[in-house]
Write a protein of this length. Structure first.
Length: 418
């Protein structure tokens, strides 16, 4: 019943009351044509005794009660008659720059030059774009397992996916460091994109082209160096401790205990900073209730629209036979009205065609003034002439000669002398 639902949502349904209110239809009876009891409106369709099931229409589920109670009667009517629901919710303030802060600064530690930088990005409430929040975290540790520092950050509001948060974290670290330090990530797309070069990464079809432009600016356009020099290495994430010493990264090395622990810490910190900016619990519950309410209203609207437009009824013909016919809750435009309107449209079209049939004055064609050929035109004409001469020369060389071969001529001459 997809077409019925689409017609009802877009306002394509014309019940009897709507047709009667339109003078061009020539309909004066406002009653529902199935039950003939009340005015035929969209709301009446759910109360019509002819199309209503014997047990009645199913009530909204319990999950939809919160959304239906939060809106007024007018918006509830739009929800039932159009399967459309509008809500006003608080949103996160816009931030086009983003922010990052060190909780423990690793750059002031004695072994800062030995640190390996692990970063991760996270996203919450991905089902609803209006409620999406992202976060990122960085953990710096030595290969021997010493934790040097860690920090968290909030990407800009236009960063709305986990992959975008990872790319923004990479851009933040590269702008922070004079030269790229050893970087570890659990997003393989970053390594693969860096191998393709800056031109492909910033193509207009790439969703992260804006962030990769920042990364390319920090690396003077040479983003391939991240993968070629193995500065950026990928390791799988969300694995158990059994993956230590077994799983391999993009550089072919096995995952160490430090890699596993640092990645888990970065993931926890990224989720924690994103959780701080997420919408209140009540807002999330209202969104979930709205989905249930809209799904129930859409299903009911599609079924009710189909029942009102194709109601099966038993009719007895003049011969006494009983047959099943399809009826609608609104009557069609009377034939005499439709024919009169069709004749008026035809007359108006003929009149307009007659006015357009008058001969138009001949349009005078003015020849364009002669202009000398440009240097490129002269060069291309010369190249075409040279190509044509070369083709002719090759063709002449491939043509079979009419003269006898030299060997055959000598044999024939020797035979004549003998």
């Amino acid at each position: 019943m997809r077409s019925d639902l689409s017609s009802a949502i877009s306002g394509g349904q014309w019940p009897q009351a709507r047709k009667a209110a339109t003078p061009s239809f020539g309909v004066h009876d406002t009653r529902c044509q199935l039950c003939l009891a009340s005015p035929g409106t969209l709301a009446r369709r759910f109360h019509c005794t002819a199309t209503r099931p014997a047990e009645g229409w199913p009530a909204p589920p319990k999950a939809a009660s919160a959304a239906r109670n939060a809106i007024g009667i007018r918006r509830r009517g739009i929800l039932d008659e159009r399967a459309l629901l509008a809500l006003r919710i608080p949103t996160t303030p816009a931030d086009d720059v983003g922010k990052f802060k060190w909780i423990v600064d690793p750059t002031i530690r004695p072994h800062a030059h030995e640190g390996v930088w692990y970063f991760d990005g996270s996203m919450l409430h991905g089902r609803w774009r209006e409620l999406r929040v992202t976060g990122m975290a960085v953990v710096v540790a030595t290969p021997h397992g010493q934790l040097l520092g860690y920090g968290v950050g909030r990407p800009p509001t236009w960063v709305q996916t986990a992959a975008a948060a990872e790319a923004w974290a990479l851009a933040t670290l590269l702008r922070m460091c004079p030269s790229p330090p050893p970087l570890r990530t659990d997003c393989l797309a970053l390594v693969l994109t860096s191998r393709g070069g800056l031109s492909a990464a910033t193509h207009h079809s790439r969703p992260l082209a804006r962030i990769w432009g920042m990364i390319g600016h920090a690396l003077d356009g040479n983003i391939q160096s991240l993968a070629e020099q193995e500065t950026l290495v990928w390791f799988p994430a969300h694995l158990t401790w059994r993956a230590v010493g077994e799983a391999r990264g993009s550089n072919g090395q096995r995952m160490s205990a430090t890699d596993w622990r640092a990645n888990r810490l970065a993931d926890r910190l990224a989720k924690a900073v994103a959780r701080e900016a997420q919408a209140p619990k009540g807002t999330v519950e209202l969104f979930e209730s709205s989905e249930a309410a809209t799904a129930h209203a859409a299903a009911l609207l599609g079924i009710g629209t189909r029942a009102s437009n194709a109601h099966e009824a038993q009719v007895t013909t003049a011969d006494g036979e009983t047959k099943t016919v399809l009826q609608r809750d609104s009557q069609s435009k009377p034939k005499e009205v439709a024919e009169a309107q069709r004749a008026a449209r035809l007359a108006a079209r003929n009149a307009s065609e007659g006015a357009a049939a008058a001969p138009a004055p001949a349009k005078q064609v003015v020849a364009a003034p002669w202009r000398p050929p440009s240097c490129n035109q002269v060069r291309r004409a010369g190249e075409r002439a040279m190509t044509w001469r070369r083709v002719q020369e090759v063709g002449e060389s491939l043509r079979a000669s009419s003269a006898p071969p030299a060997l055959a001529a000598r044999v024939r001459a020797r035979a004549e002398l003998g």
